[in-house]
Design a protein around this ligand. Structure first.
Ligand code: URA
Length: 186
């Protein structure tokens, strides 16, 4: 299956009634649809993403872009998506049934893209992909092999917004992105 076929399939998804009522559109993933060696999984679309139909195009996205550029990656070289495809009301956390409804889509996306590295951003995507109860501070910046794939968990870029770009946080992100750079052999 091609990624655009999967995208079409989910463009009218109605599995989560509360999200269907609230969303403007389903935010499937990066608009370019290129096959990329790096896949990035965030939490859920926010307001700007819901309006634009693309993940990480708001303030967290600008921070993500900066760290990607530092390791020589541009947005067309990564495929970005989220644990769920629709904006939750008031940006609340995804509910467990919503995560479950969107799981098959995520697994199929990974299978089609067959990325060399998967970056999980924040607790939700990380716990979900690694099937761990460990918090992000404990697991971040290491490489985990799961179903034959390399997963590198990191903090969610929104922490830079909350922490005012503190030196410690920036250093931590740079260290974690350099792990990805190493896996790509760059
Ligand atoms: N935060 C996320 O987790 N995903 C987005 O797409 C935007 C912000």
């Amino acid at each position: 299956m091609e990624l655009n076929v999967l995208k079409d399939e989910y463009s009218t998804c109605s599995k989560c009634p509360e999200l269907v009522d609230y969303r403007s559109q389903v935010v499937f993933g990066s608009k370019h649809m290129n096959k990329c060696p790096v896949m990035i999984i965030g939490e859920a679309p926010g307001k700007v993403e819901d309006e634009n139909g693309e993940p990480f195009v708001g303030r967290s996205g600008q921070i993500l872009n900066k760290f990607l550029e530092e390791i020589g990656l541009t947005r067309d070289k990564v495929f970005i998506t989220n644990t769920i495809l629709c904006r939750p009301p008031e940006n609340r956390n995804p509910k467990s049934d919503e995560l479950l409804h969107c799981r098959e889509r995520l697994d199929k996306t990974i299978e089609i893209l067959n990325p060399k590295v998967i970056i999980t951003l924040g607790n939700f995507a990380t716990k979900y992909l690694l099937e761990t109860k460990e918090g992000i501070t404990k697991v971040r910046g290491k490489v985990y092999e799961k179903n034959g794939r390399n997963i590198v968990p990191m903090a969610h870029p929104a922490v830079v917004l909350y922490n005012g770009s503190s030196e410690a946080i920036m250093t931590q992100f740079r260290a974690d992105f350099s792990v990805v750079k190493g896996l790509l052999g760059n």
